[in-house]
Design a protein. Structure first.
Length: 272
């Protein structure tokens, strides 16, 4: 429980994120509903078109159709753009802590990308890989709850840490809870799909869970979240590259490779 003088409240989940979650939960492979979500949000539409037409993709002809852009970019990238745009909707609420909000968003995108990439690489299963990005992203959103409850106090805690975002021990000491334990509570409050809530519960404490695809995803999310804090430091990309070259263990090399991908992806998404 949080300290007695604190009320456990949750920020309103942006509608864009809710709609993307509904699409994920539906299990549909047809991108048409995702196209509709993007088309209904002018800001997301603009960023999707900017992304597909950026030098990163090197297309010879400019894409003007949202439908074509979504199909070219793919589900994970479009979902990440929509989700991070949803976080941007919270700027007015956290206007005095915009940098911290941006760091949380970066961490969320990194964690989601890492979990999705590692789940695919380990061949856990397509159905689990499908929800991996979403679950990883929402895992980091537990920080938003603490920022929402006491923004100035959480910002002070973040400034006192040697890394841009507080660790779970510091959060627990200050608030009695941490972002990992708050994420599944927030997901339940937001009425998100049961499977997402279940994975977030596992990611909060996977140690005593029996081996299963859900536990593999939960561990991937937790590791991705830890790496996301390092990704906000200047030397992270270099340290990963070295680890990938010198590690003798295949899994260490794989994790380093996926984390490098997540590092680059998180730094680019939302920055057009």
């Amino acid at each position: 429980m949080l300290e007695q003088d604190l009320a456990l409240t949750f920020p309103t989940l942006p509608s864009t994120i809710s709609k993307v979650e509904e699409f994920i939960a539906s299990g549909q492979t047809d991108p048409a509903p995702l196209v509709e979500i993007v088309e209904r949000d002018p800001s997301v539409s603009l960023n999707v078109l900017r992304r597909v037409n950026s030098p990163y993709h090197g297309l010879q002809r400019e894409v003007e159709s949202i439908d074509r852009a979504v199909r070219l970019l793919g589900f994970v990238e479009v979902s990440s753009i929509a989700m991070i745009e949803g976080v941007e909707e919270l700027q007015d609420h956290f206007d005095s802590h915009s940098t911290l909000l941006r760091q949380i968003a970066h961490s969320a995108v990194f964690t989601g990308r890492f979990a999705q990439g590692l789940t695919e690489a380990l061949d856990v299963g397509e159905d689990w890989a499908r929800i991996a990005f979403s679950a990883g992203f929402l895992h980091a959103m537990g920080r938003l709850v603490l920022l929402h409850i006491q923004p100035d106090r959480y910002a002070t805690l973040a400034e006192a840490d040697t890394r841009p975002l507080p660790g779970t021990e510091a959060e627990t000491h200050a608030f009695g809870e941490n972002y990992r334990t708050l994420a599944p509570q927030a997901a339940d409050h937001w009425n998100l799909p049961e499977r997402i809530c279940s994975v977030l519960q596992i990611a909060a404490n996977p140690t005593d869970r029996p081996e299963s695809p859900g536990k593999t995803l939960g561990v991937s999310i937790q590791n991705g979240s830890d790496l996301a804090r390092r990704d906000l430091t200047e030397d992270f990309a270099g340290s990963l590259e070295t680890a990938g070259e010198t590690s003798a263990a295949d899994i260490d090399h794989l994790v380093a490779k996926v984390a490098q991908d997540a590092s680059l992806y998180a730094s680019e998404v939302g920055h057009f």
